[in-house]
Write a new protein. Sequence first.
Length: 348
Amino acid sequence: MSTGTMQSGLGWVIGRDMALDLGTANTVVYVRGEGIVLNEPSVVAVNTRTRKVLAVGSEAKSMLGRTPSHIQAVRPLKDGVIADFDMCQEMLRFFVERVHQRRWTKPRMVIAVPSGITGVEQRAVQEAAESAGARRPTHIIEEPMAAAIGTGMKVWEPTGNMVVDIGGGTTEVAVISLGGIVSSESIRVGGDEFDDAIVQFVKKEHSLLIGERTAEEIKIVLGSAHPLPREARAEIRGRDLVSGLPRVVSITTEDIREGLEESVVAICDAVRGTLDRTPPELAADIMESGIMLAGGGALLRNLDQRMANETGMPITVAVDPLHAVVRGCGHVLENLDQLTGDTTASNL
């Protein structure tokens, strides 16, 4: 056995190589040979006076909107890219140390990034991962490619595959053939945009101010993209903008659908735009095989039906849409030894 092979083998046994879906809303970690081992919100609670990190993940998310002035719960990523480098580095270090406790080795790492990010933003992700303990180089894969692999699409064959990955900060639309992205579009609309749209709608229509967590709960319970067989109604609590006092209002699924309409239209427009730039042979394949929806946003009720009406294409929601990207990254990680050079979407 050569020295290089021996070192590679030791890295596999000791290094606990990992794949990360570094998302705006959640960070999911896949460990080689074990599968998904961690799924935590991408939130950091920090003392603004000392810059000391107080909590990361679920514990930090529970503090959103409920902290004193000197404690701030922040999201280090916005629209799929790093907004606060130091906090992202601390968050990554926390997650890596929870999974990889052997300090004398560094794990190899595969990280998914949005397809529309710049070279500078991509280097920032690599630097944050390496400073958090990853072995150089950190391998990067574009999210739509990872999502397509994670949903079991036949991306290596000379046929057209189309995936729509709706994450927390971005929606990635891509047509893939022969292991490469043929046409794609990345828009900064996702789960966070849905939440913000709900906040603004309730504020405008009911003069009621609600928080980010309440908006997310409303989206899950009442959100839809197309009329439901049975519409629902629920009571929500917030602060009255006129009196400043707490107030309860009744809201329906039709109301929330109206509030989400602009964001849903933007996603459908991105899908149509990508199809418009797709070579006719591949478009014919997609007409037969359909479009795959992945990401947390794919769980918005009746989004598949709405998109089918808008595009005329068959739509399928992935079996496990929330974990499609990290499973795709995990597949790449498991086969990393067979890949040469930098692991990017262009040469997987």
